[in-house]
Every structure is written in C-alpha cells, then in structure tokens.
Design a protein around this ligand. Sequence first.
Ligand SMILES: Nc1nc2c(c(=O)[nH]1)N[C@H]1C(S)=C(S)[C@@H](COP(=O)(O)OP(=O)(O)OC[C@H]3O[C@@H](n4cnc5c(=O)[nH]c(N)nc54)[C@H](O)[C@@H]3O)O[C@H]1N2
Ligand SMILES: Nc1nc2c(c(=O)[nH]1)N[C@H]1C(S)=C(S)[C@@H](COP(=O)(O)OP(=O)(O)OC[C@H]3O[C@@H](n4cnc5c(=O)[nH]c(N)nc54)[C@H](O)[C@@H]3O)O[C@H]1N2
Ligand SMILES: [Mo]
Length: 929
Amino acid sequence: MADGVIFTLDGKTVTAADDETIWDVAKREGTRIPHLCHVDMPGYRPDGNCRACMVDVEGERVLAASCIRKPSAGMVVTTDTERARKSREMVFELLASNMRPAADGPDQQSMFWQWAGSMGISGDRYSSKFASDDVRPEFDITNPAIAVNLDSCITCGACVRACREVQVNDVIGMAERGNHSLPVFDMHDPMGLSTCVTCGECVQACPTGALYEKSLMDKTGKTRVIQEFDKVIDTLCPFCGVGCQTSVAVKNNKIVQVDGRNGYANENRLCVKGRFGFDYAMSPERLTKPLIRRDDAPKSGDLDMRGVDPLTVFREATWEEALARAAGGLKRILKDHGGQALAGFGSAKGSNEEAYLFQKLVRQGFGTNNVDHCTRLCHASSVAALMEGVGSGAVSAPFNDALKAECIIVIGARPTTNHPVAATYFKQAAKRGAKLIVMDPRGQDLMRHASHSLRFKAGSDVAMLNALIHVIVEEKLYDEQYIQANASGFEALKAKVKDFSPEAMAEVCGVEASVLRDVARTYATAERSIIFWGMGISQHTHGTDNARCLIALALITGHVGRPGTGLHPLRGQNNVQGASDAGLIPMYFPDYKSVENIDIRGAYENFWGQTLDPKRGLTVVEIIDAIHEGEIKGMYIMGENPAMSDPDQTHARQALAMLDHLVVQDIFLTETAWHADVVLPASAHAEKLGTYTNTNRQVQIGRPALELPGQARQDWELIVELARRVGLDWNYGHVSDVYAEMASVMPSLKHISWDRVEREGSVVYPADGPDKPGNEIIFSSGFPTADGRGRIVPADLLPPDEVPDEEFPLVLTTGRLLEHWHTGAMTRRAGVLDAIEPHGIAAMNPYEIKRHGLRQGEMIAVETRRGTVDAILRADREVADGMVFMPFCFNESPANMLTNPMLDPYGKIPEFKYCAARIAPAAKAEAAE
Ligand SMILES: Nc1nc2c(c(=O)[nH]1)N[C@H]1C(S)=C(S)[C@@H](COP(=O)(O)OP(=O)(O)OC[C@H]3O[C@@H](n4cnc5c(=O)[nH]c(N)nc54)[C@H](O)[C@@H]3O)O[C@H]1N2
Ligand SMILES: Nc1nc2c(c(=O)[nH]1)N[C@H]1C(S)=C(S)[C@@H](COP(=O)(O)OP(=O)(O)OC[C@H]3O[C@@H](n4cnc5c(=O)[nH]c(N)nc54)[C@H](O)[C@@H]3O)O[C@H]1N2
Ligand SMILES: [Mo]
C-alpha cells in the first residue's frame, strides 16, 4: 500500500491500492455508496452503467461513477454532496417508476428496494416498461429453481457478467437496444429450455429481484411468501470436494435459500447442487426413528426395496433397544469369531471428527484394521501412486492456481459437471490465455474452452502419456537441473518410453502423432503447468499406472512445487480428503502412518490402551468378497451406500444379505440400509457441527442450520454410544474434544486448533505457526519421501480387464450427472435436482443409436457378464463410438449391476470406467423420455 494513490475522501486523507476504485476505498473506509450494476463479489468487473453510485470530484463538471473510477493522486472526492445525492435519488426514482412497485414485486428484499427504501422511494407508479409488449411473458417460471421477472430488470448487465465472466457458462446475453434491451437465455429461449445449468450465479448477482429463487415464492412462483429469515448460518456445501462456503437462510426450521460466501475455494460461487439441492435434508423420507429388522423379514440380496413398505421389514424401536441390539450383535461376533470377522465402512460425507471416531472404534473396539470408505472406489490408485512417488496423497497446489498457470491439463475428469465451481477457474484461465488441454474419451463442455481437446481411446492413458514423455525426452524438454536435485528413476523412465513414440502410439490411443507432440511441447515448455485428474485416470485396473505417468510428467519437467504448477487429483466427496487423513483406511492410522510399523502401532497401543491388529485390513471390495467367503460376519456401515456404489451390485448385495449382523447409520433407508439388522437414524450435514477438509487441503467448519428431525441423533454421538456398548471407555463432551484428540496425533493439523478453524472458517494445512497462514503450495523444496526425492516409476501398457468381443461388442463406461450425487440417496430426494434429471438413462451417440436401429427415448436393456439393466436411451454426441455411458445414481437403472469388480493391484480400485457390454431393446419396451 506504500506506493498507493493518496487522495481525499469526504475530507479524510486515504490511500488506494493500484486496483482499487473510489467505491472500493469508500467501502473499506466504512462509507456506503449505493450500487446496483456493480456486483460486490470477487471476479466481477465494474461496469459503471447504472449511475447509482455517482460521487462528486472537486473541479470536475460532471459527477463520476465511483464503482469504475480510479482515484488519482490529490483528488478530492465527496460522496455526500447535495448534487451527488440528488443525482443518485433521481436514478432510483426513474428506475423505480419503470418497475413493478415494491409491494407487488416478488423481491421486496432486493438490493434495489433496500436502497430505494433508504431514500424514501417506493415506486408508486405501476407502469412496466414491458407492459405494452404482450408477446413477452412477464414471468418466466420454466426453470425448476429460478424465476425471471423482467419487469424488475434494469438492464444493468450483472447477470450477463455472472453468466459469461464469472461462471463462464455463456448462456445469458443482452438483446435488443436502448429502452428495449433485456437479458435473454441463449436465443430468446425460456430459461428452463435453454442451456442454463442453473448455477444461480445470476440470481445472487441480480440487484433488483428480476431473477430470484422460487424457494422463496408461493406455488405460482410469482408471489414472495418468505420475506425474512429466522437465521442465516455460515457453513459449507455438503456435496463435492471443492468445499464451497455457503450462507444458509432458515425459516421455521427449513432451509429456504443458499448463497455462496466469499471462501477461498469458491469466492461466492456455487453450482446447482449447492445452491438448490439443499432440501434432501428436509425430505419426509428422512429416517426419524431407530429401526430393527423384523424376525419374519426375509434377508435377500435380490430384494428390491422400491415400492415396499418399510414396516413390513422393520419395526420401530427405542434408542435403548436399538443401540443394545446394534452393539450386542457386534460383540457376539467379536466373542465367537474375533475382530477379523468384523468390518466397518465409514463416510466421506461425514466430518473429520466422525471419521476419526469411526476408525478408532473399529481399530480399538473391534480390534481389526478392516475399515475403509468410498476413497477406495475413487482416488485409491492415485493415492497409491502419489504415496509411492511423492510421499503424500494430497494435492500439491490448490485448484485456484489454474489462474496462475500457463498450461493446464485436465485428464479423466469432467469438472463442469463434477467440480463445477473449480471449473469456473479453469474456464477463466483459458479465457485469459492459458493453454487448456483436455484429455478424455468423452466430449465435455470444457473442450469448448480448450486449446487442445484429445478425445482418445478409453483405457489407453498409459500409451498416450508415455508418448508425451517420449517427446519430452527425445526433444530434451525436461528440466535436467530439477531432476538432478529432486527426482530418481529418470534413466529407467527414459528406457521405458523408448518404444512409445507418438507415431507408434497414435494408432493405440487414437490421437495423431503431431497433436501428441504439440501437447508434450506445450506442457513441458510452459513456465508453469498444472495437472488436474479424476476418475478416468483412477478407476481402472491400471489406475495406479495412469497416475504414475502423470507424476512422471510433473517430475521430469519440474512442474511441481511452485505457484501455478503441480499435481491435483480432484477429490470427490466433501470430506474424502479429511476422512482419509483421519485414518479411515485399512493400511493407515491417521496421517498415513502404516499400521504395520511396529513403533507407530506401539504409540497408538499406548495412547488407546489396547493391543491393536498388526496387519493391514481389507479394502471395500475385498471386504465384500470376504463376506462371501464366510470370513466377515458383521459390519457397521455409516454414510455409505455400497448396495448402489460397489461394483457388481448383485454380488455386493448378496454379501450384505449374508451378514449375521449389519448396523447401518444413515439419514435415509437406502438400498444398503434395507439389508440391515439395525438402522440408526443420523444427522445430515445441515444439522451438524464439525470440520471438513476439501480438495485444496483447506480445513473448514460446517455449522448446524437445522434441528434434527424426529428422534434422529448426531452421527458422532452414535459412534460413541456404540463404542461404549462394546466396552470402550470413551468420554467426549463436545465435537471440539474429538478434534483436539485427533489433531494431537496428526502432524498435518499442527498449529490448526479447533478455535482457529472456528475463528478463521478455513485454514490450509500444513501451517507453519498458529498465526501463520497455511501453505497452499507444497513440495517447494523436495518431497516427504525417505530420501526427500520424488520417485519416477515407469508404467507399461496394459489393456482393461474386460475388452469387447463378439458376444459383448460395446464398452460400458459409468460416471455422473451434474444434478445427481452418486447413488442418488440425497439428490433424488432434492426437488429441483430430481426434476431436472428424473429418469434412469443410458447414453450413446446418435450414430451408434442409428447403427443399432434404436431410437432415443426408448427403453433399452444394457447387458454385461454380470447382469442386465433397463434404462431410457439418451442421444449424446459426447459419448464415443462403440461406447455406452451410464450414471450410477438411478436405482431403477442401477449401473453397478453391470460393472466389473476386477481390481487395480496397488490401489485396489475396481474398473468402473470400462467393461464389455451389449444392448438391445428392453423386453417390455416403454418410451418415457
Ligand atoms: N454432480 C456430481 N458431482 C460429483 C459427484 C457426483 O456424484 N455428482 N461425485 C464426486 C466424487 S466422489 C468424485 S470422485 C468426483 C468425480 O469426478 P470425475 O473425476 O470428473 O468423475 P467421472 O465423471 O466419473 O469421470 C471423469 C471422466 O473420466 C472419463 N473417462 C472414462 N474413461 C476414461 C479413460 O479410460 N481415460 C481417461 N483419461 N478418462 C476416462 C469420462 O469420460 C469422464 O469425463 O465427482 C465429485 N462430484
Ligand atoms: N459405476 C460406478 N460406481 C462408482 C463410481 C463410478 O464412477 N461409477 N464412483 C465411485 C466413487 S468415486 C465414489 S466416491 C463412491 C461413492 O459411493 P457412496 O459413498 O456409497 O455414495 P453416496 O451416494 O455418496 O453415499 C453416501 C451415503 O451417505 C448418506 N449420508 C449423507 N449424508 C450423511 C450424513 O451426514 N450422515 C450419515 N450417517 N449418512 C449420510 C447418504 O444417504 C448415502 O446413503 O461411488 C463409487 N461407485
Ligand atoms: Mo469419489
């Protein structure tokens, strides 16, 4: 600030930073200047078009728009002269006379009416600027979440900047001219029929209520029924690993509105799930009473729960009976068969404290390391490769660093659907001129922004990536000095990639050699390059090899450890980073300390006062297999839905049905809970206090917004109840006590106390001191490996486990939809989200559909060696030739009935992204879409 601009504001000498406008300085100094077109959120360029923020500058004939005007040295600015005030009032008066009056409009709380009210303006004239135009509907309520009331539009363009510049979705534009100008969606489409992805950024930016949430309105969507809130809570989005900070407005114990807060990861942005998917927590289907399986209820893996009355299978019970039954069954198995006959699946949707307690219960109480969670199905192979290569499974740089990179690779990830807010940074970076390289067998929205789009052959990552490394070696584009100082294994890598010339690999991966060469050069020669990856890399039987290639790319070019460079596996669940850190994995205690290391185990044995299992436990799919083999007889599953999310679902459900005793703790009676002996109704994210760690390594606090429904209880208390009942002497008064114990054994949380997280809302680990901000970039001087060097591990080309043949000529690949969360447990109970994607689908490209003599919208049967599933056929140009894509969120079309459970040998992750399949018209064809 030393060399800022010194000027006078309302008689006071102030200093402006280089990028600050008069408006910014005034705000910082506590002076409120009205504003409408100027959106006071990061990422919005001031536009200076509405004239609501005019101020007086001494010696100037005309008033200045303070939101866009930068002060100059010695300038004398007065915000409150008669002339400026009158001018601003005139602006509001004129706009108001053109709008529906506050009393009739849908948004009396809008910024416009708040400012107008403070000036005594009520907009008493009822003359809409569109009143004469009877072709244009006044209200557009075609979008399930957002309504449009153009009568309130002042054409300030905030929504256009929101859509084009902040979220970079490019749906909203301004049409017509002058007095007739108005925002339009695509080509004058109704919003609900446009390409709008319902992120709601425009709603949050709109100053007048021309765009507003339907959740605040009556059924017509036109009359606002919720005028004020009982409370507004600062908390977090419950969905993905981006970890958006939210402010949640509550009325009568119901969430009625969610806005994005200015957190580091989201800077006020949200996506459709975070903003409009909140109502699952308030669903009438929430579990509100403990349930015990009836003695006469069948136990079968074939049971389809849809349409069955739960009370024919379960009976309601008191907490005392349910907890006694839950713990009793586990204790009985422990006594008769030992701890190895028990296993637990914890949750990446729960907090760090819950994850810590869960793994502690399994290790200390059951005496086994058979504890795992959905990370096994997710980035397990990435983590295996990262631990081996760089000694840490976490990201080396935050995704926001895309804005600092010259070259960004996104491979095997689909961020605009799965990490939509992170995607906004990638799109912005590309707009600013960064090279964006998207590598994916399936087309995706990000490719529109990419400098290089490589739609290569599924399963051929190693061929493609080794070809890139080949070019870097051959053309000596590697960073010799960096390698000498920081990496080992380069010679072996060189030898390995000799045979992988782009010319030889072009055929294998389906990308032209010249393109491979260009991509290699672009990545290697950029000053700063960063790699983001997802499930397309990890969910293969060679997932670890895929990730090894990415690590090698970064290590040989030195693109790691500096801002704008690095390795970033985009973490999936809101707390999968935290749950893994807290030890919810079979081979590690908290902070990835091996359970097989005698010293570490000894330390935990002292700490917990118990002899602990000396061997690593079984992983998710191994646990399912061990049930079939009769080795595992009892399970405790909290906040996971393996009956829908595990591969080869029939096999997985049979296993759940075979268990002597299954305790499920969830918020809904899921497909998994359906197999339980005891169901414990637990707390949703919106009801609990706890910390969560996002993909950027930010430890953040989530706070309760709602009361628990019925008799439901807090997850962490239930884990404690079970622990006590299996004989552990656990005493925690508050969630923060759990955090304190956890942090005491986790070096990664050093200097990050509960109080600090609560105070700061978000702290990145590792932090160097209690008052020092955390390190966003790690590995800037070496790696946390035994010798401090990164280890390059060359990878060989292996085919997917099950390739197409005559019998099954297609490839089935699975993944996600923007609106649904995994197994649908939450999002199919969220009104807006389920309205947008209501039916089970399978997608193929139009050419393939025609080739098979099928029509889009018809019901088809997708068959693999594991089963047959009916789904509505969707035409999707993005799906590659010869492939069928299915999301796994629909229980009427469960993709995991079809998937291959074969595992990657290192990460133990199944091959969700590739198996042989065939299709046919469904047996009883019914068109629905
Ligand atoms: N809307 C929504 N968002 C989510 C989730 C959700 O369920 N719904 N889940 C969250 C979770 S836990 C996770 S892990 C993340 C997952 O987020 P992503 O990693 O983006 O997951 P997917 O869409 O399953 O797969 C990513 C991409 O892999 C590509 N792919 C398929 N086969 C191959 C291949 O052989 N090689 C390569 N390189 N790519 C291939 C697919 O075409 C797809 O575009 O999303 C998180 N966000
Ligand atoms: N075919 C196929 N299968 C896949 C994948 C794929 O790409 N393709 N991806 C895999 C990946 S990456 C992942 S991460 C897994 C995800 O697999 P899961 O974790 O099994 O899926 P979710 O639907 O997220 O399950 C979360 C469960 O927690 C419950 N829940 C939500 N909040 C709370 C809470 O606060 N407390 C409690 N107690 N319960 C709660 C929900 O009701 C739901 O039952 O799926 C994997 N399966
Ligand atoms: Mo995941």
